[in-house]
Design a protein around this ligand. Structure first.
Ligand code: SF4
Length: 168
């Protein structure tokens, strides 16, 4: 099973209530096999649609998990607790469904796995993980963004080979 950012599956869970204009092409086997679990950590953490945009304040997901960083929205409100609650719920959902991997939306303060915004609300990216991506990785769940689905497929093939005792 694969945990997937709900917005990547067309759900209107984004901060602005809008559906993503472009949705990724997921492998047919994932769709037909009902292998994708849609999940939005920000909704699971208690935030609503719409909501104010939020960014990590010059830190990365692991800093927030360790209590060394915050997430604030454009009014300056500290929404760290909701982001942490959503991240914990994502780990619980992955475990519940036996997911070994997640495909998460890049650049999101929750779901970003390689890039997030830098906390100044200027559209400037920095390298780093969002809060949910960081906590999933910490718990041994592989995370890929929507632009790396081929890498994710190779990871799943390797994982399947190992669980079957393949020499690969
Ligand atoms: S938190 Fe993740 S799933 Fe929810 S809208 Fe943002 S990117 Fe999509």
């Amino acid at each position: 099973m694969i945990l997937v950012s709900a917005c990547l599956l067309g759900e209107t869970v984004r901060y602005d209530g809008q559906r993503l204009k472009t949705l990724p092409s997921f492998p047919e086997a994932w769709r037909s096999g009902d292998r994708m679990i849609p999940f939005c950590p920000e909704i699971a953490g208690g935030l609503s649609v719409p909501r104010l945009p939020a960014e990590l304040t010059g830190c990365c997901g692991p800093d927030v998990i360790l209590g060394r960083g915050e997430v604030r929205n454009t009014s300056g409100e500290d929404v760290t607790a909701a982001f942490l609650a959503g991240a914990r719920a994502a780990v619980a959902a992955a475990r519940h469904h036996g997911a070994v991997m997640a495909i998460l939306k890049e650049r999101s303060p929750s779901c970003g796995s390689r890039f997030i915004y830098d906390g100044r609300f200027t559209g400037t990216l920095r390298r780093g993980q969002g809060v949910t991506a960081a906590l999933l990785v910490h718990h041994g769940i592989a995370v890929f963004c929507e632009n790396r689905i081929e890498n994710a497929c190779r990871f799943l093939d390797r994982t399947a080979g190992q669980s079957m005792g393949s020499p690969l």
